[in-house]
Design a protein around this ligand. Structure first.
Ligand SMILES: NC(=O)c1ccc[n+]([C@@H]2O[C@H](COP(=O)([O-])OP(=O)(O)OC[C@H]3O[C@@H](n4cnc5c(N)ncnc54)[C@H](O)[C@@H]3O)[C@@H](O)[C@H]2O)c1
Length: 255
């Protein structure tokens, strides 16, 4: 699809990091962008910086997501691009100092990262399916979900996070197949190590040592590179049903 001033987009997790960079990249191409995030203060800031709309959202709640989509669509019309970046990454070992992995924490990570992504994707795609095709091929929209290289090479303490991201990898192809008849594509990006606020908050030497693990370019990924890939996926209609690693060739090992 072409991203134009008539294109409406929604981005979850867009108050920060990769989601924010994606919202900025889409707005830079003229799109009308709705920021869906639970963080109202930063979400409002990003929305006003890009001339978008902020919709306070908890992706773990049906009602919250329904209300957010209603607000976004009232402002911009039916979204044709849905990007899921909302996520959390708490660390906990399968058996830690205090005993077995807390199940409530495991479930919370799955609930936000995996179920939250599915909730927003399916509700968004249901709206896209009712909309007019954008072209002669019947394309109606795209969903881009955020996985992680942890889906393939999770680190110590990442069982819950890696399971949630593995779920996103796993649903990419069947969701694309489910939605094929409606002309809605589904893609996923598996980022390596990106310089988002979370990572930039780490001490310089820790950031450097993470960067040194990347074969080339030897640095953290820039959130703008993620945003650019989302735009490329939207604009390249033959991309569908697959996960693209965006990671400078890193393959996380275990010491
Ligand atoms: N930064 C990296 O190196 C990296 C690597 C691989 C994958 N990822 C994934 O990319 C995505 C974005 O990560 P980031 O680094 O930009 O993180 P971030 O913490 O900067 O941003 C995440 C955003 O999600 C929002 N959020 C969290 N829970 C939510 C909920 N229940 N409802 C609505 N919003 C919620 C937060 O408020 C925040 O604005 C995540 O899914 C993360 O797992 C990041």
């Amino acid at each position: 699809m072409q991203i134009t001033q008539n294109t409406a987009a929604i981005v979850t997790g867009a108050a920060s990091g990769l989601g924010e960079a994606t919202a900025r990249a889409l707005a830079g191409k003229g799109a009308k962008v709705a920021i869906l995030d639970r963080d109202a203060e930063r979400g409002e800031q990003v929305a006003s910086a890009i001339g978008g709309v902020f919709c306070q959202t908890d992706v773990t709640s049906d009602d919250s997501v329904a209300a957010a989509l209603e607000k976004a669509r009232a402002a911009h019309g039916q979204e044709r691009i849905c990007v899921n970046c909302a996520g959390i990454a708490p660390a906990s070992k399968t058996v830690g100092k205090d005993g077995p992995h807390p199940m409530a924490l495991f479930q919370q990570v799955i609930d936000v990262n995996l179920v939250g992504t599915m909730r927003v994707m399916s509700r968004s795609a249901a709206g896209m399916a009712q909309a007019e095709p954008l072209d002669g091929q019947g394309e109606r929209g795209i969903v881009v979900n955020t996985a992680s290289v942890a889906a393939y090479e999770g680190q110590i303490g990442q069982a819950a996070y890696a399971a949630s991201k593995g779920g996103i990898v796993g649903l990419t192809l069947p969701a694309a197949r489910d939605l094929a008849r409606t002309g809605v594509r589904v893609m996923a990006i598996a980022p390596g190590i990106f310089g988002t606020p979370m990572l930039r908050g780490l001490p310089e030497d820790v950031q450097d040592s993470l960067a040194q693990q990347v074969p080339f370019p030897v640095r953290l990924g820039e959130p703008e590179e993620f945003g650019a890939l989302v735009c490329f996926m939207a604009e390249t209609s033959y991309m569908n049903g697959t996960v693209i690693r965006l990671d400078g060739a890193i393959r996380m090992g275990m010491k």
